[in-house]
Design a protein around this ligand. Structure first.
Ligand code: DC
Length: 218
């Protein structure tokens, strides 16, 4: 039996890939994997348990005992709901710091591959098309200018009632981009066979429609 098809959507922080991937999955009736959430869950545990962000072996051990439960948009861990906690800015920054470690990435590999089930999977992250699902039927590298991403994040945070400062957001996004792209373990980069999509001037609906069209053409 051949493996279920995968659409891989990779890109930098705040490129909108989470929302886009979820909508593509819903349109096709496929499963959805938010791989960044797994790194965020490990980051949250590391912060709570005082594991040093430089301790690759300790972080990999945390990841190996991870049994997260995804229920729609809700994520829980040993019966505890962590959906909101893992979205905190300090958790996102920690996730980006710890994601540089190859042993941690290896520990999360099988967990991620386990999400591949019929009728198909839409997976979003940084290395879905390059490392985790290299045989994906469609690979999209979704980008947007750092200014457009900062504006979107600013709007998102304001809507949630969190005050934010554009200059600080820009600084944070640039630092995260540099770390995600500059690391030696599975750096953020488009797969050779990825379709590149700059969403700076597109709305979510346009991006989703384009990806569905590309998939239909395969
Ligand atoms: O997509 P996100 O912002 O939720 O991801 C948080 C961090 O996790 C991101 O800065 C880098 C890391 N990550 C990764 O290294 N590989 C992935 N496939 C997904 C996320």
């Amino acid at each position: 039996m051949s493996a279920a098809p995968v659409i891989a959507i990779d890109g930098p922080t705040a490129s909108g890939k989470g929302t886009v991937a979820q909508r593509v999955a819903a349109a096709l009736g496929w499963h959805y994997l938010d791989s960044g959430a797994l790194y965020r869950v490990v980051a949250l545990l590391a912060l709570e348990e005082g594991v040093d962000p430089g301790d690759a072996a300790g972080l990999a051990a945390l990841a190996r005992r991870l049994q997260p439960r995804f229920d729609g948009e809700r994520i829980s861990l040993d019966g505890r709901e962590v959906t909101e906690d893992i979205r905190r800015e300090d958790v996102g920054a920690m996730a980006s710091r710890i994601a540089v470690h190859a042993p941690l990435r290896a520990a999360l590999l099988e967990l991620q591959k386990g999400f591949r089930r019929p009728p198909g999977l839409v997976a979003d992250g940084r290395d879905m098309g390059t490392v985790v699902f290299p045989d994906a039927v469609l690979k999209v590298f979704l980008t947007a200018s750092v200014e457009a991403r900062a504006q979107r994040r600013h709007k998102q945070l304001n809507e949630k009632g969190f005050p934010s400062n554009i200059a600080i957001l820009l600084q944070d996004l640039r630092a995260r981009d540099e770390r995600d792209s500059g690391r030696s373990a599975a750096p953020l980069r488009p797969a050779e066979d990825a379709c590149q999509l700059d969403s700076s001037d597109l709305c979510i609906e346009q991006v989703v429609a384009l990806i569905l069209r590309w998939y239909g053409e395969r």
